[in-house]
Design a protein around this ligand. Structure first.
Ligand SMILES: Cc1cc2nc3c(=O)[nH]c(=O)nc-3n(C[C@H](O)[C@H](O)[C@H](O)COP(=O)(O)OP(=O)(O)OC[C@H]3O[C@@H](n4cnc5c(N)ncnc54)[C@H](O)[C@@H]3O)c2cc1C
Length: 464
């Protein structure tokens, strides 16, 4: 990146940042040492939602956010735009951690969070192309159908009904998503398709209007009790919040806290109505299928398909670099998979390719917490489900900081401590073996029609 970044520096980062209407030139940098009440590292959705709820609850509070690049530079400005109730830890895992009622409360809180994001964006005039069309997960093989049935059965065991997650027949699934090889699927209404950069940049505007000091191009070099050290000065505060997700391992003392795993995306040109007549996706439900190596898509407000998936390699030492955002082989595989799903899209131009790091904790359980003695707080480890979860994190951190006892601060992910990842090279070996096994298992399942034992074993090793 050049030393005088402009609007054009950040447009190529993702389709979303390329098409956000606001200017992207960096704002004010930290002018020198500063004392505030709350200091936040990272201006993605975690940092900005936390600042938003603090500034809203207590307008006089002095809140500063220090961001290495610009607000929304990280995963928050690059993701698939599923504002969903998905939480990376299963009901079973949460139940073992904290009991059945706590597990159910966590999932219900996530459902309510989707609506909270919709409420705030409407109230604050953030036009993020909100369309609460739910999610269709297609089952495109017998084994995927088996997994869909098992998922619905697990939800029923915990008291979630048809209007939380429904099993779809082949005809019902095809009526929503006109993909090939559809045998059935599931549908949940608890998801909105959004334009993520419009959300995160809109939120940055709103927090600035509420008096939050947002410093861009201000990398944090160390997080310590009551202190954020940056390249431009030191911020001292009663509370210091880490909101750096996939970039966290670069901070001193935190290199094994989460691993940055890359997710990559492509976007087509706007598709003609005749193609949409075949694909469907009326009401803009987000969609995926039941394979192990995740794929996800949305119909954008301007009539494109934005489509992504995992499979890019993990890099030794949890390295994060701009060049890792682009892996031609993964873009090619995404293009091919999209064409397999929707042959009508095969001739369409791919106008954008991009990617970014998400944060995976060792036990795949996101967390938000605060140590009142040191003033250190954090939220993250959302795996690929952070768009809505960051909002719950922001409300929760605001309640913890302000000492407001609430239902949110009693949820089981609060103050949960995930174990550290293994040291290298074990970490590199394990994660890349896991990624390869998932891809291999999908191919084997498609060939044999039988569920892959290797994928189950690897899934357990990785804790997902
Ligand atoms: C390609 C992709 C697709 C995804 N799709 C979805 C989806 O459809 N739905 C969903 O729910 N989730 C999805 N996710 C995950 C989701 O985007 C993230 O979980 C969420 O955005 C995390 O927000 P955050 O604010 O915690 O982290 P980020 O948005 O990554 O923000 C962290 C910020 O901290 C800054 N930073 C890092 N280090 C420093 C430092 N030392 N000093 C100062 N600032 C620093 C970064 O520049 C960045 O702006 C996806 C992620 C990716 C990459």
């Amino acid at each position: 990146m050049d030393s005088m970044p402009s609007d054009q520096t950040y447009r190529p980062v993702s389709f979303w940042l390329d098409t956000v209407p606001d200017p992207l030139a960096p704002g004010e940098v930290l002018p020198g040492d500063l004392a505030v009440d709350v200091a936040i590292a990272g201006a993605g959705l975690t940092g900005l939602w936390t600042a938003y709820y603090l500034a809203t609850a207590q307008p006089g509070l002095r809140v500063a956010v220090c961001e290495a690049q610009i607000a929304g530079f990280g995963a928050s400005g690059r993701n698939g735009g599923w504002c969903s109730a998905l939480f990376p830890a299963s009901l079973g895992k949460l139940s073992r951690m904290a009991g059945r009622d706590a597990a159910v409360a966590m999932y219900r809180a996530m459902q309510a969070t989707v609506d909270e994001v919709g409420r705030v964006t409407a109230a604050e005039n953030i036009d993020c192309h909100w369309a609460k069309g739910g999610t269709v997960q297609l089952a495109r093989s017998a084994t995927q159908l088996e997994r869909a049935r098992a998922e619905v059965a697990e939800m029923r065991e915990y008291g979630f009904a048809e209007d939380d997650l429904a099993l779809l027949t082949e005809t019902e699934a095809r009526a929503r998503v006109g993909a090939t090889s559809v045998l059935g699927g599931t549908y949940t209404p608890h998801c909105a398709a959004i334009h993520p950069a419009r959300l995160v940049r809109g939120l940055a505007r709103v927090v600035r209007e509420r008096g939050v000091k947002l410093f861009e191009r201000t990398p944090v070099t160390q997080i310590a009790p009551h202190t954020l050290r940056t390249t431009r000065g030191t911020v001292t505060a009663d509370y210091v919040i880490r909101a750096t997700e996939g970039y966290t391992p670069a901070l001193p003392g935190l290199h094994r806290a989460v691993v940055p795993v890359y997710s990559l995306m492509i976007a087509t040109e706007p598709l003609p109505d005749s193609t949409w007549d075949q694909i469907g996706l009326a009401g803009r439900p987000t969609f995926g299928d039941g394979r192990h190596l995740l794929i996800y898509g949305q119909r954008t407000a301007d009539g494109r398909l934005a489509f992504g998936g995992r499979g890019a390699p993990y890099h030794l030492g949890s390295a994060v670099r701009p060049s890792f955002d682009r892996v031609p082989a993964v873009f090619g595989a995404l293009r091919q998979t999209l064409g397999e799903l929707f042959p009508a899209v095969n001739g369409a131009a791919i106008t954008h390719t991009w990617g970014g790091p998400l944060g995976i904790p060792r036990d795949w359980c996101a967390s938000a917490g605060l140590d009142r003695d040191t003033g250190l707080g954090w939220a993250g480890g959302y795996v690929g489900d952070g768009v809505a979860t960051t909002n719950l994190a922001g409300r929760t951190l605001a309640d913890l900081i302000l000492g407001t006892g609430s239902d949110l601060t009693r949820l089981p992910w609060v103050n949960h401590r995930s174990p550290q990842w293994e040291t290298e090279p074990l970490r590199w070996l394990g994660i890349n073996a896991g990624l390869r096994t998932m891809g291999w298992a999908d191919r084997a399942e498609a060939r044999t029609g039988r569920s892959s034992r290797a994928a189950q074993v690897m899934g357990r090793f990785l804790g997902g």
